[in-house]
Design a binder for this molecule. Structure first.
Ligand SMILES: [Zn+2]
Length: 249
């Protein structure tokens, strides 16, 4: 089936975390080794937890697909290599990133919001409203129902990037609840317009992807936004970051 607006290209791309190979039907993500630079001096060096992030992605998909109805990409396989890197293969959803919905009008011919079918604020608005409602009503309540008495996932705590970004505290120990209660909730950790994939025609949520930063955290960590600027604000909010970090110690 050809879905209009399906724009993500096939090929290979390198980030500070992983190498991503995109084919017609699959994504293959491969963690990069910690010392591997991405290119010029100006670019970011690789981050800690590259291997763990790939393994967390697989563990999170298994947990979420087993215990909730949250739509996630199908996990084909994953594993660790002899050199310490890890890989994950996923079925590639046929959708469009929420942040890219407004690149063109998604309505059928004859019902276009804009005459030339180009950039469309109305499609962007509809898609973000649908995503906001779906996450608030379907995703977050189900994530909050997954609880633990220990932070992190499988013994490793990967702080969300918006907490980690301005701090030198890169490694957090796994923490056990002092009360013995299941007080920590499962968080996606990076839920925004480029981890939410939309159906290009209905403009409803198709899949929630990129679970590399997922894990159990205090409920205050259950933060997300479908608005680009609001999500970027998470990175800039010093007061919030300090408060969240204190909860983890
Ligand atoms: Zn439109």
């Amino acid at each position: 089936m050809v879905v209009s607006g399906y724009k993500e290209k096939e090929g290979e791309s390198l980030t500070p975390f992983y190498n991503l190979i995109t084919t017609k039907s699959a994504w293959l993500k491969h963690s990069v080794k910690p010392w591997l630079k991405t290119g010029t001096e100006d670019e970011l060096a690789s981050r800690p937890y590259n291997t763990e992030r790939i393994l967390h992605y697989a563990a999170a998909l298994q947990l979420v697909s087993r215990k909730t109805t949250i739509p996630v990409p199908r996990l084909i396989d994953f594993g660790k290599n002899d050199d310490g890197t890890a890989w994950i293969e996923l079925e590639r959803p046929r959708g469009v990133w929420l942040d890219a919905v407004g690149d063109q009008c998604r309505m059928p011919a004859g019902k276009k919001h804009v005459a030339d079918g180009g950039e469309c604020d109305e499609c962007d608005r509809i898609a973000r409203a649908n995503a906001r409602r779906f996450i608030a009503e379907e995703v977050v309540p189900q994530l909050n129902s997954l609880t633990s008495d220990t932070t992190g996932l499988d013994g490793v705590v990967i702080p969300p990037l918006w907490v980690q970004f301005h701090t030198k505290t890169a490694y957090w120990p796994s923490k056990k609840s002092a009360s013995g209660q299941q007080e920590y909730v499962f968080c996606h950790g990076n839920l925004h317009g480029h981890s939410i994939m939309m159906h290009a025609e209905t403009l409803h949520v198709l899949k929630i992807v990129d679970w590399e930063d997922a894990g159990y955290f205090p409920p205050e960590f259950q933060l997300w936004s479908v608005e680009r600027s609001d999500y970027e604000d998470l990175y800039e909010n010093d007061e919030q970051r300090k408060r969240l970090m204190a909860l983890m110690m």
